[in-house]
Every structure is written in structure tokens, then in C-alpha cells.
Write a protein that binds this ligand. Structure first.
Ligand SMILES: *Cc1c(COP(=O)(O)O)cnc(C)c1O
Length: 376
């Protein structure tokens, strides 16, 4: 059976070109980047510095504003814990954030630190007037994602950054889904902290970064303690091969972003029109206007709440009922945009990526259409 991977919002395949850059750092150049007394250490440190530069080039920061972490979850934890612990809240985020944000807020709510959750409209957009109306009290930080991992909607980060600047509010952005897919400029967007993950952009799993604007360095505190690496903000021996892979993934994304997103968008539009031709009453979750090129999230009213994802074993898709890991609950994102349980359960999320082909798309459309017709 030919398998087709269409779950690129969950994770992406490691790009073989990036693997080639990593291999020497597993085998011959295995030094500890903190070793100051020999060439193994110097070589590793130089390579880590180059990766830091590749990442900063992609987001228009300075290399010394990048802290390596194990992924976006940890980056979110460092940024949010620092601020929530300081008790200078109020803190604002949104109902449709990733669990990696919502669960941190929940853990501080148990300690009496309140978070305000913004609503989202039925097409997944954030109402900026509503945001400004919520700023009357003493708000210290806002945390919002750049692009949603389920419905692909892109938030107007530059406008929100301008609002934060006007009201002197710190701004954290979870950019795990947008890095390397759409342009990011932390200066223009007035972002103070930003979280990234390597495995969403064809790099290795287990590495990510937190951008910390140099102006706000003194507001960030570590959540683990040890050998002083990353200015003491994220101690522990750096995973040099993973960092090299992440850096090269950013460098490649920087050069292919435009052409790749056109190609991916074309495949996404083909898939949608193929399915729509056969199942005209499908519902598209989230606006098609400001949306990640590779993302589609569809509900099928005719399925009356049945899920089709497991009836298409040849196509790797995700569903709106089990999308948050192993918990089989309707997606909090789809609920937030007003879907009932039946529409959540009948939904599929498609994530098209770098290694998909037109042939994949045609085979996947046929398989999806067949599965829906069989259930009716
Ligand atoms: C994947 C993802 C995360 C988690 O990233 P890890 O690197 O796997 O920890 C956080 N936020 C968003 C929006 C994501 O898509």
C-alpha cells in the first residue's frame, strides 16, 4: 500500500539534505560546544554560532537574541513562566492557542494568577477592537500564536504588535507553525519573545528556540538550572547535531519559502476543489483568506459525527476529535469557532508539505471522497 503523509502541521519529514549537514556532527565533529580547550569544542561552537545566525536571518533578529531549547513547548514555558511568576499580570491569550500555552496558564491559575482568554470569530479571526477593549486594566503581557496549528489561520501579528507597543505591553508569539512558511520580522512586528520548533520546518525533532529581544533579557528566567549555557537561561549541553539541522532548515526555508508556498497552495486548492466537486455540502473551518498555504480543515455534515480518518489508512490525516494527542475530545479550536460536537468529530485536518506531489493529492482526494461516500 502506498502511504501518503498529509499531516505536516503535526510534524514534518526531516529533509534529507538537512540530514547530510547533521551527520558529521554525530560522528567526527562530536565535541561539546562549551569545551574551550581543544578544536573539537571550538568547531562545535563555531557551527552552533552559524546556526544561530541562520535562525536570526530568517526572523530579522540579532544572533545573540536566540536561545536554543528542546522545542516550542519549552520555549513557551520559559517565556510564559518568567512573566506569570513575576506576578505583574494581567495576562492575555486566546482560546484557540496550542495546549503548550493553555496548560501553562492553567497551571498558574491554580496559583491564583488569572489569565484572560480572548474569543475568536466563527471564521477564526481575532477582533482587534475587542483586543483593545480588553486592555483597559493593567495588562503586562499578551501571548498569541502567529498561525493556528489546526485551522491554519494567520493572526495579524504586526497590527497586534503595534497595539502592544502603544500600550507598553510585552508581546509573546508562538510561531511554531509560521516559521519558514510565511515571512517573520520580529522588529517590524514589535515582538518581544517568539517560540520556534525545528520539526515543523523539515528539521530534526527535539530542538527549537526562543527569541528574546535584548531589551527584555532581564525579564526572562530559566526553568532549569545547571552549567550556564545559553546565558544561564537554558543550561545543559547543547545538542549540536540537532542545532545544526535546525539552522540549516531555517537557511533552506529562507531561500525556498516563496516558491514552495506557491506550489503547496496549488496542491491545497486542487485537493479542496476535487473534494468539493463530489461533496458540495462540506464546511471549511477557518477563513481561506489568511491561512497557511498547506492547511485545510473540513467538516462533513453528511457524516453525522462519524470520523473517517481511521477508514483511510493509506492517507495520514488528523481529525478534529483526536487532534490534541491521544485525548479523544472535540478540538478546543473547533469548539471556539462555534462547531458542535458532530461537526468537530467529522472534521479532518490536511497539512500539505514540501515532499507532497500532485499525484499524492489526487490519490488522497479519491481516498477521502470514497471514505465519505461509504459512510453514508
Ligand atoms: C507543534 C507546536 C508546538 C509544540 O512544539 P514542539 O517543538 O513539538 O514542542 C507549539 N505550538 C504550536 C502552535 C505548534 O504547532
Amino acid at each position: 500500500m502506498r502511504k501518503i503523509y498529509l499531516d505536516n502541521q503535526s510534524t514534518t519529514q526531516l529533509d534529507p539534505e538537512i540530514m547530510d549537514y547533521m551527520i558529521p556532527y554525530f560522528l567526527k565533529k562530536f565535541g561539546n560546544s562549551s569545551s574551550k580547550t581543544h578544536s573539537y569544542g571550538w568547531e562545535a561552537e563555531a557551527a552552533v554560532d552559524l546556526s544561530r545566525k541562520h535562525i536570526s536571518d530568517l526572523i530579522n533578529s540579532k544572533p545573540n537574541e536566540i536561545i536554543f531549547t528542546s522545542g516550542a513547548t519549552e520555549s513557551n514555558n520559559i517565556a510564559l513562566s518568567s512573566i506569570l511568576k513575576s506576578k505583574k499580570t494581567n495576562f492575555i491569550t486566546c482560546l484557540t492557542e496550542h495546549r503548550a500555552i493553555l496548560d501553562i496558564c492553567k497551571s498558574y491559575e491554580n496559583k491564583g494568577i488569572k489569565t484572560k482568554y480572548l474569543n475568536i470569530s466563527n471564521n477564526g479571526n481575532l477582533d482587534l477592537d475587542n483586543l483593545e477593549n480588553n486592555l483597559s486594566e493593567n495588562v503586562y503581557m499578551i501571548s498569541l500564536m502567529h498561525a493556528n496549528n489546526e485551522i491554519g489561520t494567520i493572526y495579524p501579528i504586526e497590527e497586534i504588535g503595534a497595539i502592544c507597543k502603544k500600550h507598553n505591553i510585552l508581546f509573546h508569539v508562538d510561531a511554531a507553525q509560521s516559521l519558514g512558511k510565511i515571512p517573520i520580522d520580529v522588529k517590524k512586528m514589535n515582538v518581544d519573545f517568539m517560540s520556534f520548533s525545528s520539526h515543523k520546518i523539515y528539521g530534526p525533532k527535539g530542538v527549537g528556540a526562543l527569541f528574546v529581544n535584548n531589551k527584555h533579557k532581564n525579564k526572562i528566567y530559566p526553568i532549569t538550572f545547571g552549567g550556564g549555557q545559553e546565558n544561564g537561561l537554558r543550561p545543559g549541553t547543547l545538542p549540536v547535531p540537532l542545532i545544526i539541522g535546525f539552522g540549516e532548515a531555517c537557511k533552506k526555508a529562507n531561500s525556498v519559502m516563496l516558491s514552495e508556498s506557491k506550489k503547496i497552495k496549488k496542491m491545497r486548492d486542487t485537493l479542496l476543489s476535487n473534494i468539493k466537486k463530489e461533496i458540495p455540502n462540506l464546511i471549511i473551518n477557518g477563513t481561506m483568506e489568511n491561512r497557511l498555504h498547506g492547511n485545510l480543515n473540513l467538516s462533513f455534515p453528511s457524516l453525522k459525527g462519524q470520523s473517517i480518518v481511521t477508514s483511510i489508512p493509506s492517507v495520514a490525516l488528523s481529525s478534529g476529535s483526536a487532534c490534541s494527542s491521544s485525548i479523544s475530545k472535540p478540538s478546543h479550536v473547533l469548539k471556539a469557532i462555534g462547531l458542535n460536537n458532530n461537526l468537530c468529530n467529522s472534521s479532518i485536518r490536511v497539512g500539505i508539505g514540501r515532499f507532497n506531489t500532485e499525484e499524492d493529492i489526487n490519490l488522497a482526494s479519491d481516498a477521502i471522497i470514497k471514505a465519505i461516500k461509504n459512510k453514508n
